[in-house]
Each structure stands twice: as C-alpha cells, then as structure tokens.
Write a protein that binds this ligand. Structure first.
Ligand code: NI
Length: 271
C-alpha cells in the first residue's frame, strides 16, 4: 500500500473522533500554513497478533524502517519505538505497547478477554475496536491504567498526529503557536507544563487535551477522551541535522493528554 494511502486512511479515521484536529488545521490554513507531520502515534497491547511489530507491518511494507531506539516508561508499564519514514516529508510512526502482564490479575483477565475476541482479525492501524467491552470493565481498567482503558475503548486508531513546528512559516517557535491556539480557545494539556522538553533536549512538545466523544460499550454508551493533536519543535544536533528521536520524560507526560479529567462532573448518560 502506498504511503499516501495509509496516511489518508489514518487521518480520516483520526479526525472522525477528533474534531479539534480539523479545526486547528483550518486555523493554520487560514494563515497560509501547510502542515507537515512530525509523527503519528499508535497504541496497543503487547499480546500475540496485535503487538507493536504487527501494527507496524503496513508501514514497513510501505518503506518505514524501525529505529534502534527503545523508550521504556516503567511507571506506565509501556515501551515505545519509532519507525523512520521512506522520505523526509512523511511522518515518523511512534508505537507504544502495554505490558499487560504487569497489570493486576483482575485487569489482566479483562484485557485477555478482549484479546480472545480478536480471532482472524487483520490488524490495520485504523481498524478500530475488534472486541466488545462492558462499561464496568472499561472503568475497572481506567482505575488502574488510563492507557489500558483507552486501547480497550478505541482499539486500533491513531492516538495523535503531530504538527512539525519547524515547517510552519508564520510562527517562530512553539511558544508562539501555543499562544495562538490558546487565543483561539483551544485547550492544551498542562501535565508536566504546557511545553514539555527544551532546546537542551533537542525537542519541545505541546499537545491539546483530548476531545471527548460518545463511545458505545456492550451495555451503554459514555463520553470519554479520544485523541489529541500534538505540536513538536525539533532542534539541530552537532552535525546540523534535526534531532529525530524522542524524549522519554516528555513523552511520559504527553501520554496523559488522554487522561479522564477528574475535575469534571461525573460522566453522565446511562451509566
Ligand atoms: Ni507524540
């Protein structure tokens, strides 16, 4: 499959549950900007048939190659890796996976029951959710791992696209873009500060808070956080080329952009 087709499918699926991404793209287009994506990010469980290597297969077939770096997030029981694109204007693919065996026995039972429903399912990165899940099981996972609950609710879907700030022409830095988005009424994630990382890290990142969307469960439906939009500014390394890796301390907090906002009213609607 051609890389443009893959990216178009990912964008279509992502924006169907992330209206803010379309809105922000329009805001930037109105300034004359053409967006170049730094990376797209996907999430999964480290289980046979659906792990990160399986999820990466369509990208590898289209020319993306696995980078050597491995990023562990021990507190969240996650590991992430990234794939380099076949050409520089295409995004990197960042995939994380959850070590399900590190969860509590009760949570493991829930995730294994989802996994058992996968069957002959072809794992495409925009395939959606190949299992049914009861709302109580989602909540039980949520109490232990926001990440486990997100994958249970959404399945296979881009978690975020990321605008490469360096490729924008009307913003000199990430601070300027952040100020513009806030002025336009967008809500940014504040976990770890609005801007994660520094020029010293060679990467600065910010992200919106995830949109909430209505999701159908086996027994009810509920509004829960879906996907967010990220913004990354990269700095040159000593050889002059832009740093292409990731900064674990920043990514660790970026994961929290899909956290359920516990300061909001209890989620209503049939629960
Ligand atoms: Ni990201």
């Amino acid at each position: 499959m051609q890389e443009e087709v893959i990216l178009a499918e990912l964008w279509r699926d992502y924006t169907s549950s992330t209206p803010q991404a379309l809105r922000i793209r329009e805001l930037l287009a109105a300034r004359g900007e053409t967006i170049q994506n730094d990376h797209v990010a996907l999430r999964t469980y480290a289980l046979p048939g659906i792990d990160m290597r399986v999820l990466a297969q369509p990208f590898e077939a289209a020319g993306w190659t696995l980078a050597a770096d491995v990023y562990p997030f021990p507190d969240k029981h996650l590991v992430a890796r990234y794939w380099r694109p076949p050409s520089a204007e295409l995004p990197k693919v960042f995939i994380s996976e959850l070590d399900v065996e590190a969860l509590s026995p009760a949570a493991r039972v829930i995730v294994h029951a989802l996994h058992a429903q996968v069957g002959e399912f072809v794992v495409l990165p925009w395939a959606g959710r190949p299992w049914r899940i009861a709302y109580a099981d989602y909540e039980a996972l949520l109490a232990e791992s926001e990440y486990a609950a997100w994958v249970a609710a959404f399945g296979f879907r881009v978690n975020h696209f990321t605008v490469l700030v360096n490729a924008l022409s009307t913003f000199v830095d990430l601070q300027g873009l952040v100020a513009f988005l806030q002025q336009m009424g967008e809500t940014l994630s504040t976990a770890g500060g609005v801007i994660k990382g520094s020029p010293f890290d060679l990467l600065e990142q910010a992200s919106t808070r995830a949109d909430s969307v209505e999701v159908s469960f086996a027994d009810t439906s509920a509004r829960i956080p879906s996907c967010y939009y990220e913004f990354a500014r990269r700095y040159p390394m000593e050889d002059g080329s832009l740093f292409q890796g990731f900064v674990p301390a920043s990514a660790d907090r970026i994961f929290e952009s899909t956290n359920v906002d516990k300061t909001l009213e209890p989620r209503g609607g049939g629960e």
